[in-house]
Design a protein around this ligand. Structure first.
Ligand SMILES: Nc1ncnc2c1ncn2[C@@H]1O[C@H](COP(=O)(O)OP(=O)(O)OP(=O)(O)O)[C@@H](O)[C@H]1O
Ligand SMILES: [Mg+2]
Length: 197
């Protein structure tokens, strides 16, 4: 799919997300995270890949706290050599520091490197999504490359505001879809999700 079509959609959706009122962002974030935590696939999981939110993204802090509080293993990515390396994070206050683009990332001196193959639930960030799991990221291809390396694919779930949903995300062969998108209005796709989602 054309990079231009992706760039235009990214800009449109980021503008829409940026226009949300702070209090709506906070209340929707809470509702969406609660719905994600209710998914059977999350509850049954032992190793959770997630991300620390930044900017106008839905806030994932409550999710990260719950993963640790539930006694699960929490993996967060760090940008290294043009790709994402996963690290196990045990303390959100001590183990993270702002890295590339100001996003909070694991501190390598404090966190063990973790194998992506052990992930059994993944929360995947993104800018725009469609009802079939089509996903548009920030344009680096970082998650597409990470997800391409996961063979026994874990459930891939994105949490997003309803304003990030579009009719059709322009996708190409490299673009990895997610299995479900949870918004403040429901879970997509409405039918045909894998068991546990
Ligand atoms: N598996 C892959 N192997 C090689 N190149 C890839 C792969 N996946 C994506 N790319 C390249 O990465 C670049 C950015 O891709 P794209 O615009 O789809 O990023 P994105 O999905 O928005 O970003 P992200 O995955 O980081 O959220 C493109 O040039 C694309 O060809
Ligand atoms: Mg992509």
């Amino acid at each position: 799919m054309s990079a231009e079509a992706k760039a235009a959609l990214r800009e449109l959706v980021l503008r829409r997300r940026g226009a949300l009122a702070e209090e709506d962002r906070a209340s929707s974030s809470g509702r969406i995270i609660t719905a994600v935590l209710d998914l059977p696939a999350y509850r049954l999981s032992g190793v959770v890949l997630a991300y620390a939110s930044f900017g106008t993204e839905l806030r994932t802090d409550g999710f990260l706290r719950r993963v640790l509080g539930d006694g699960k293993t929490l993996l967060l990515p760090r940008v290294e050599r043009g790709g994402l390396t996963l690290y196990e994070v045990r303390d959100l206050a001590l183990d993270l520091s702002p890295g590339t683009w100001g996003i909070r990332e694991p501190v390598p001196e404090r966190c063990p490197v973790a194998a992506p193959g052990n992930v059994d639930f993944a929360l995947i960030p993104g800018v725009a999504f469609d009802g079939n799991g089509g996903r548009l990221g920030y344009g680096g291809g970082f998650y597409d490359r990470l997800l391409a390396g996961l063979t026994e694919g874990p459930p891939l779930v994105s949490a997003a505001f309803e304003v990030q949903m579009v009719d059709g995300v322009p996708v190409g062969p490299h673009d990895a879809p997610v299995h479900a998108v949870v918004t403040e209005e429901g879970i997509y796709p409405e039918n045909g999700r894998p068991a546990g989602l």
